[in-house]
Design a protein around this ligand. Structure first.
Ligand SMILES: Nc1ncnc2c1ncn2[C@@H]1O[C@H](COP(=O)(O)OP(=O)(O)OP(=O)(O)O)[C@@H](O)[C@H]1O
Length: 316
């Protein structure tokens, strides 16, 4: 589906403070109809805070924002009626059945019971939960609950679906099932806004994204543009068995000048390069003999590392 020029969200110098603490420090972005737009960043970057402002559950402390051309300060209910939201926390009612979660939620939008039931059936089919319709939600797996939350967010036929970390905490198979549904939503032309700290999720799903760090947007573009702008084509991962981190830093110093940049990590050294073969020869020529060398294409993880000096996901 083509991305259209219609701007759904326009934010300028958007800010949010909690007391003295500035969680969002002035960000600018525009989200167009038909695109899948991502906020990529580590925990605490300010992604959820930004989503809550868009969803009108939290008011900005500064700057301006239009959502569907409306003002979140004064038009919250009108904006919310056109949004689908999948929050980071599970807000399903575990005591109700799958289909009841759908129809009760439909009631908040004033959707009549008969219409709600028909729409719920259609959406449960879409997320492959028809067979579980009458089961209590607490009996579903985490992945199924996430798919149900996605189905529920679509009940009001929203102009934009916001998904805050849609696959965090899911196992790989459950993640892929969620991704499949999001791909299909994209195919159908639904506008999607998602936050994630998984670079593969951002790379696969997002047409455009911003990288957020410590309340600021530090880079923006398509995944390809971000990689092309901020890192080289390839990365050689150089490993040494049984070596201490401080010794790795010494070796990294000896590699300086090879490739475009050398990045020592606790367990390996990354060499950013446009020619992995020439890099391997240059490393040997300096008398350094790694246990292994792996050449791979550069990813958004490398973009994040080069921009912040930190890994995107440190605890998983
Ligand atoms: N209600 C609040 N009161 C005080 N501080 C808050 C509040 N909500 C968020 N913060 C702080 O603001 C910062 C940004 O949080 P936010 O939840 O937006 O980050 P995030 O990028 O979404 O990361 P995460 O994936 O951990 O949610 C964090 O330091 C967080 O502790």
């Amino acid at each position: 589906m083509p991305i259209r020029d219609e701007i759904l969200i326009r934010a300028r110098d958007l800010r949010k403070s909690y007391g003295e603490y500035e969680a969002v420090k002035g960000v600018d972005f525009e989200i167009k109809r038909g695109e899948a737009f991502g906020f990529l960043g580590a925990n605490g970057a300010g992604k959820s805070t930004t989503m809550r402002m868009i969803g009108c559950v939290s008011q900005p402390s500064g700057g301006t924002m239009e959502v569907f051309g409306l003002d979140p300060h004064t038009d919250g209910p009108a904006i919310r009626s056109r949004l689908g939201v999948v929050p980071q926390d599970n807000t399903l009612d575990g005591m109700l059945t799958v289909v009841e979660n759908m129809t009760v939620y439909a009631g908040y939008f004033g959707i009549k019971r008969k219409q709600a039931k028909a729409k719920a059936a259609e959406l449960l089919e879409f997320v492959q939960l028809t067979a579980r319709s009458e089961d209590q939600v607490s009996d579903l797996s985490g992945g199924m609950q996430r798919r149900l939350a996605i189905a529920r967010s679509l009940i009001n036929e929203p102009d934009l679906v916001i998904l805050d970390e849609p696959t965090t905490g899911l196992d790989p198979q459950a993640r892929h099932l969620v991704w499949e549904r999001l791909f299909q939503l994209k195919e159908q032309g639904t506008s999607i806004l998602l936050t994630t700290h998984y670079m593969d999720e951002a790379e696969q799903l997002c047409d455009r994204l911003v990288v957020m760090d410590e309340g600021l947007i530090i880079a923006s573009g398509s995944p390809r543009e971000l990689i092309d702008t901020h890192v080289t084509k390839e990365v050689v991962e150089v490993r040494f068995s049984g070596i201490h981190t401080t010794d790795l830093h010494d070796i990294a110093e000896k590699l300086e000048g090879i490739g475009a940049q050398i990045e020592p990590l606790p367990d390996r050294i990354l060499v950013y390069t446009d020619d992995a073969d020439a890099t391997a020869i240059a490393i040997e020529a300096r008398g350094i003999h790694p246990t292994s060398q792996l050449a791979r294409r550069a990813t958004l993880e490398d973009v994040f590392l080069r921009l912040t000096g930190r890994a995107l996901v440190e605890d998983e």
